[in-house]
Design a protein around this ligand. Sequence first.
Ligand code: NAD
Length: 337
Amino acid sequence: MIKVAINGYGTIGKRVADAVRAQPDMEVLGVAKTRPNFEAETAIDKGFPLYAAIEEREDQFAAAGLDIAGPVAELVDAADIVVDATPSGIGAENKSLYEEYDTPALYQGGEDAALVDTSFNARSNFEDAVDADHVRVVSCNTTGLSRAIAPLREAFGVEKVRATLVRRGGDPGQTSRGPINDILPDPVTIPSHHGPDVETIFDDLDIDTLGMKVPATLMHMHSLNVTLEEAVDAAEVRDLFGDESRLFLIPKHMSIDGSGKLKEYALDAGRPRGDIWENAVWEESISTVGRDLYLFQGIHQESDVVPENVDAIRAVTGSADAEESIRTTNEALGIGL
Ligand code: NAD
C-alpha cells in the first residue's frame, strides 16, 4: 500500500483524501490542518489521523476537543508521498519540509510551474511524472482543457486553440469571494495566463485564452474553438470523445441546460458532494466548420483534479503506467457518468 499524507484539508484536500482511501493500492496515513474547523471535525469522524500543520496551534485543537496525532513533520517523515493541497503559494513554502524528509510531493494548480520537476495531467503527460520528486497537478481549468486537447492532437492534429473561460467567482463555501452582481473580464489583459499554463502540459501547443468571472459558484464553463489540422465531421469528434473516460458527453435527451442541472444530476446519481470528476461536454454543442471545431464544456472546479492527484501518486511512486492507473482510479471512484 502506498502511504499518502495530505497536507491541507480543504476543498481539494478532503476530496483527495476520500479518493485515495477508495483505491485498492493506497492508504491515507493522515491529514494535516491549521485550524479546528468543521473540516477538522469531519476528518476525525471519518477516521483520518489529524496532524497539526502549524505546531504552535496544537492547543487550539485540544481546546476544541479534537485529538491531534502529532506535528505535520512526523506525518511527512512516515509517508511515501505528500499531497500538498494548501492555498496558493503555501505549497512553495512547504517544499523545504518535504525535501528535509526526502518525501516526494504533489502540489496543486495554484503553485508556480517553476516550483516543480513537471506539471501533470494523467491523459496527456503521465510519463513525465514517473519517479519525479516534485509534481504539480495543474489547475481545474488546465485539467479540463488538457483532457479535451490531448485526444484531438492525437487523432487530427491541432493547429490552434482559442478558449474563453467563464469562471465561477468562488467555490460554494468561499463566502468572501465575488463578484456578487457583475461580469468581470478577469484578467482584463488578453491572452490570459491560462494558455501558458496549458503549455506546461503541451509545450508545442498554440493556444490563446480569455478569462471572465461571473456570479456563480457551481462550475466553470469553457467555450472552445480548436482549429484542427484537417477538416473533420462533428460526428467523428463525438465518437472520439465518447471513448474518453474522463469526458462525459451530455446527451440531448437529458435536458441538462446548464451547471445547475448538471450538479443536480450528479447528486441524483449519488456522487459524493455532487462531484463531477469528468469534463461535461454538451454533445449538441460539438460542431465543425471546415477545420474549426466548437464546443461548450462544464468544469467542476472542486473535483476534476481529484482523479488526477490519484494518478499522479502512482506516477511518482512508479507503481503503475498511465493506462492501468487511470483504469484503477476510474473503477475505484465510479468515473464514467
Ligand atoms: P482551501 O482554502 O479550500 O483549502 C486549503 C486548506 O489548507 C485549508 O483547510 C487551510 O486551512 C489549509 N492550510 C492553510 N495553510 C496551511 C498550511 N500552512 N499547512 C497546511 N494546511 C494549510 O483551498 P483549495 O480550494 O482546496 O485549494 C488548494 C489548492 O488547490 C490551491 O493551489 C488551488 O489553487 C488549487 N485548486 C483549487 C481548486 C478549487 O476550485 N477550489 C481547483 C483546482 C485547484
